[in-house]
Design a protein around this ligand. Sequence first.
Ligand code: P1T
Length: 394
Amino acid sequence: MRSERSPTQPALDTLAIHAGQEPDPVHGGVMPNLVLSTTFRQPEPGKPLQFDYSRSGNPTRQALEACLAALEKASFGFAFASGCAAATTLLSTLGPGAHVVCGDDVYGGTYRLFARVMAPFGIKTSFVDQSDAGKFAAAFTPETKLAWLESPSNPLLKLADIRELAGIAHARGVPLVVDNTFASPMLQQPLELGADIVLHSATKYLNGHSDVVGGALLLRDPQLAERIKFLQNAMGAVPSPFDCYLLLRGLKTLPVRMRAHCQSAAELAQRLQAHPQVERVYYPGLSAHPQHALAQRQMRGFGGMVSVVLRGGEPAARRFLQALEWFALAESLGGVESLAEHPALMTHASIPRELREAIGISDGLVRLSVGLEGVDDLWADLLGALAAAEKGTG
Ligand code: P1T
């Protein structure tokens, strides 16, 4: 992973540990306080000190929001109860008749939110290949109010040229949202590349320990921030102070975790690529990845996610997944422990089969979240599972 340098700004390694967190003024505790109080005593009616009610604002959440904003080089940070809650709140800035241009390879729950929750409210979405700037540009209509993409995408690890697509959106007066869940701010800061809003499922790398479901929106525009702040309170999809505390704790090791995720994933992607049972490996760090040059330009590291197509389709994928030992067969990603899953049957089952197959989410596709276990143990596990997948393929 390349390091990020700036003569005036502290490194992300430093911000991850300190941003938004002053030592406790009473006891000097170096960890932020976990403030569980739901309400705050007011000296006069309607004149609270800093906080009045914990849905509207809370000291632990405020520390988390400041830390996340610093990591994404944003001016404003908002934490939510989940990545989907962050997305729902953001989409509530739109009204009936609005149109969204969205990448075609996105988390299945994001697709479901657009197709089954927002559509009945009159918000239409076009799903287009975000790796093709021409197709992306052609999808805009006079009603388009938002452009949305994941890079790298879930589960096919497709990239979007964020700078170019931000230019396309801005030429039409439309803000660009980048779901930065797979990269994390350690590998890419979309606002620096011209995006307007960064979305995170904080459940993943930001927390890193698979014990918090959370989400975040990070942005620079004060007017939009005002609206999001209103909706965060009015809709109420906020995280608990305890979850904010755990997230702050997880963030402190984000830089070191990401370096280790990148290193092990690159090693395993290389080895998988050479295995006869593997038809194709998707990993932006491989020179065979169609957008490797863009990945080198746009990212500081290639991440911990690797997707593979196994020979033998779904039966082979099932045998493979059930034979794994260190890799747990489970949804989610970005934790210290390795996970493996079958997008077509699990995380992306809510996308209709024809659409899934059209974009390349085949029945032989398996997604790996490479954790921080010993890389040779992980490789031995994969080799054993590949042997199990092979049995019966022949
Ligand atoms: O699960 P939640 O915190 O609500 O986040 C939704 C979400 C948003 N964006 C991306 C890129 C995601 O990957 C997710 C959640 N994804 C999984 C649970 C998964 O296994 O892919």
